[in-house]
Design a binder for this molecule. Sequence first.
Ligand code: HH2
Length: 272
Amino acid sequence: MNLVSLATLLARARPLVMGILNVTPDSFSDGGRFLDPANAIEQARRLVADGADILDIGAESTRPYGNAAPVSSEEEIRRLTPVLPAAAELGVPVSIDTMKAGVAAWALDRGASIINDVWGLQRDRGMARLAAERIAPVIIMHNREKADPSLDIMADIAAYFARSLGIATGAGLSRQLVVLDPGIGFGKTAEQSLIAIARLRELQAFGLPLLVGASRKRFIAKVSPAPADQRLGGSIAAHLLAVANGAAIVRTHDVAETIQALRVAAAINGVR
Ligand code: HH2
């Protein structure tokens, strides 16, 4: 996907919905469910049938605070091999959720068209070079090794984005290929995740599309206790407010329900 088609995708007069497909044994809400390739492909089809605009495929859990088992590039590719090329045939763009440039390059060669880097080009320096070479859109997500409750989280996110954008443009990647994501639940207290959604509009100062991924995350249970697979109400509330505050893309496990909620919210706004 080049610069023109990212712009085309974002020019749809509604927020975009990114459907999550985790080909992992240990993702926090759906670990193990889609490790079997047949199940994964069936889930990809369901997400597309439900209306996903983008499929985000990951083969390494990014669970914060070192809770996820690190996975080698070889293992990530082994998990992706029976799934990603088939998912890329389903008619919607595929993003590859990886922090490794080698895995991203492999995926771009097999039909993925967007790079989703939860370390915002700051961990694997090959990532920015790869995106520039392939003219691939990149999602730059804010992240920290450890949450610091004393931080002004919006200032930290803005400084991090500035650093990532410096790396991107330094490698020759056009700013217009970048989507920014405050990284809900990553290196943040639950309150800081709430703040990132409440004050999302401040990040519009970068003049780039914003993505928010709140789906089933732990901050929801801090507000209203529930296990990961029973956080749909909280996920939808968070995504509706994120869109009201400027998000162009929301990342969710529950595509059909999220689209319904977004449509109703848009219809209510439309009769005002
Ligand atoms: N969240 C997760 C993974 N990747 N990418 C972006 N851009 N934004 C996010 O908020 C984000 C992300 C974590 O969610 P999930 O994929 O369900 O879990 P896991 O990382 O455990 O597989």
